[in-house]
Design a protein around this ligand. Structure first.
Ligand code: ADP
Ligand code: ZN
Length: 429
């Protein structure tokens, strides 16, 4: 049931001791990098975990400023790999790994896959980008460590994905949620029954972008499988930071590898378990490039109670977005996920949507483009009008703004190769 029972079910007391030991080692290592040396890390005394507050935060801008090698804390001869963030926001940042770092990362990913029930008999199709992006290689190494037959299809080429899924009897797919919905569209348009076509398919690992519980359910219902939320970021290796267990009530965040804090993004104070805030992470095992108190910008809350699976590592709730994803429109704060949650609950709405922001006179204006599902016809003006009005009404109730709703046929919104582009901001003001 466990990849490594000792590490996954460690008592909280022992975990605390382990974290403190690893934190001290991490600080020693970090002090060797030019970036942290300049920040005076060497002189900060840590005697307990709560002393983490004495350390400075690290931000994405810091990583950019330290580009290219400013945060490397070991001789470059020991570095075997670099990855970079997908650049969802701004210039990419680079993270370096030693051979040991890759090994530890691989173990964490294998732990996640084993946790959801995958074994060496599984056939794993990895539909996520390889290359600088961490999602492809991270999961690839973990699945191989587990012994799965690992198929590195990468993203896109949907027809070939479906052929491989059928021909190799794929049992697990790793996929960006927006692409999972696109895959479902394609299966539907081909008139295939997914349960007959892919009888061994059992798991979907949904990662790399925020998605709602309803999106998960849509993927599960369509393919007749279980979908698991997978969270990670390149600064903290990539995938394998937090993952859902079979209880699927929050994602276990691996506290033997990362020290977890949740802060109020404004005051920087810790918030209580259950309260929403920004996730801040410190690497505890990395040698080539330790990162202290990294401000992820991701908004979540901590679930500190025990989990029915027996693992003692705390859980985090589904990420609702990044603090810098928030749209401010006519003074109202809106997260794209609020819009997704409304849309996906409305019958007749298809699987993709896009938000465009424009300036109209001195005002901001929102246009929500929504694909209809295949039960409707684009020529059925009456039903479409009813649908459009309903979407407008329900969105207004949720976000207090009435957007223009534009309906289009399934597939009418282009699918990104990587993470979905949910918001196009054309505002000029
Ligand atoms: P970038 O910051 O350029 O997108 P990454 O490719 O490292 O860089 O992506 C990491 C980010 O992706 C996370 O900080 C988070 O915002 C998002 N993310 C990853 N997995 C999930 C998930 N399961 N749910 C929500 N957001 C996620
Ligand atoms: Zn659990």
């Amino acid at each position: 049931m466990y990849w490594d029972r000792k590490d996954e079910c460690i008592s909280r007391d022992e975990l605390g001791e382990l974290q403190l030991k690893r934190l001290k080692k991490t600080l020693q290592r970090a002090a060797a990098s030019p970036f942290y040396r300049d920040r005076g890390i060497k002189d900060i005394q840590i005697s307990g975990l709560s002393d983490i507050r004495k350390l400075p935060f690290t931000t994405k801008d810091d990583l950019r400023d330290a580009y290219p090698y400013g945060m490397v804390s070991c001789p470059l001869d020991k570095v075997v790999r670099l990855h970079s963030s997908s650049g969802t926001t701004g210039t990419p940042t680079v993270v370096y790994h030693s051979i040991k770092d890759i090994d530890k990362w691989t173990e964490l990913v294998a732990r996640c896959l084993y946790m959801i029930g995958m074994r060496e008999s599984d056939v794993f199709q990895n539909m996520i980008g390889y290359g600088l992006f961490t999602g492809g290689l991270g999961l690839h190494y973990g699945a191989e460590r587990l012994g799965c037959l690992t198929i590195p299809t990468g993203p896109g080429n949907t027809k070939r994905q479906l052929k491989f899924m059928k021909d190799f009897a794929t049992s697990a797919i790793h996929v960006i949620p927006s692409y999972a919905l696109h895959l479902a569209d394609e299966v539907e348009s081909l008139g295939i029954d997914p349960r007959n076509e892919f009888p061994r398919l059992k798991y979907a690992l949904l990662g790399a972008e925020p998605h709602t519980e309803e999106t998960r359910r849509k993927v599960e219902d369509f393919f007749g499988i279980a979908a698991f939320n997978s969270y990670g970021l390149s600064e903290m290796n990539g995938p394998g930071v937090a993952f859902e267990c079979p209880a699927r009530d929050g994602m276990h965040i691996w506290e033997d590898a990362f020290l977890v804090e949740i802060i109020d993004p404004e005051t920087h104070q810790h918030v209580a378990p259950g309260e929403k805030g920004e996730l801040v992470l410190t690497t505890l095992q990395r040698e080539a490039m330790p990162i202290l108190r990294y401000r992820t910008k991701d908004l979540t809350s901590l679930v500190s109670g025990p989990c029915s699976c027996g693992r003692t590592h705390h859980r985090i709730t589904r990420i609702t977005g990044r603090s810098d994803d928030m749209l401010i429109l006519k003074g109202v704060n809106i997260f794209p996920m609020q819009i997704e949650a409304v849309l996906i609950g409305i019958p007749g709405v298809g699987r993709n949507y896009q938000i465009t922001l424009e300036s109209k006179g001195h005002n901001d204006h929102m246009i929500v483009k929504v694909e209809i599902d295949s039960s409707l016809s684009i020529n059925d003006y009456k039903s479409l009008d009813t649908l459009r009005k309903r979407i407008g009404r329900e969105l207004r109730d949720e976000i207090l703004i009435t957007p223009d709703v534009v309906l289009c046929e399934p597939g009418g919104i282009p699918v990104a190769q990587g993470k979905a582009v949910r918001v196009v901001d054309n505002r000029t003001l």
